[in-house]
Design a protein around this ligand. Structure first.
Ligand SMILES: [Zn+2]
Length: 164
């Protein structure tokens, strides 16, 4: 593999990354990192990113504690929605959405909006993964980050709970 910047040859290694997508409790293993010793260029690649995001979205939808602002933002972008798209679907203003996602003194989303967002996320998943009775148990406690460790396996991304 040649460096795109200088044409030098790159070395490859596998790394474990913490805080994937800014999610403070999420650890992703098996991340490919290519490094160019000549110019310092680094290329990072994740195997099967779509399935990685789908796995993470499902874990977020299933977690019992409320969603943190970063997790709300992750689910919104996973759904391909802008702040105003989500605002329209939820029947709130887009200022409200940005306050939900604000790291510093966020506005609590509230269980109804949160359960709706989780439902939107699981709609993208195989139905068997999320029995609807589960909804009554989620978002009942204060927001704490999801703690997971994701490992790339032949059959796709596997999850270990909780990550340490
Ligand atoms: Zn280089």
């Amino acid at each position: 593999m040649k460096c795109m910047q200088c044409g030098g040859s790159m070395t490859a290694r596998q790394e474990t990354r913490r805080n994937y997508a800014g999610l403070e409790g999420v650890i992703v293993e098996g991340v490919q990192v290519r490094h160019c010793p000549a110019c310092g260029e680094e290329e990072i690649s994740y195997s099967n990113v779509e399935q990685l995001h789908a796995t993470l979205a499902l874990q977020l939808a299933r977690k019992e504690a409320g969603l943190t602002p970063t997790e709300i933002r992750f689910l919104r972008t996973y759904l391909g929605l802008s702040g105003s798209d989500l605002a329209r679907r939820m029947g709130v203003t887009k200022e409200t959405v940005s306050r939900w996602e604000r790291i510093d003194k966020p506005l609590a989303m509230g269980p109804m909006a949160e359960r709706l967002l989780r439902l939107m996320a699981v709609r993208e998943q195989p139905v068997t993964e999320y029995p609807l009775e589960r909804l009554e148990h989620v978002a009942t406690t204060e927001a704490t980050p999801l703690r997971v460790r994701l490992k790339p396996k032949k059959q796709g991304w596997t999850v270990e709970l909780p990550a340490r």
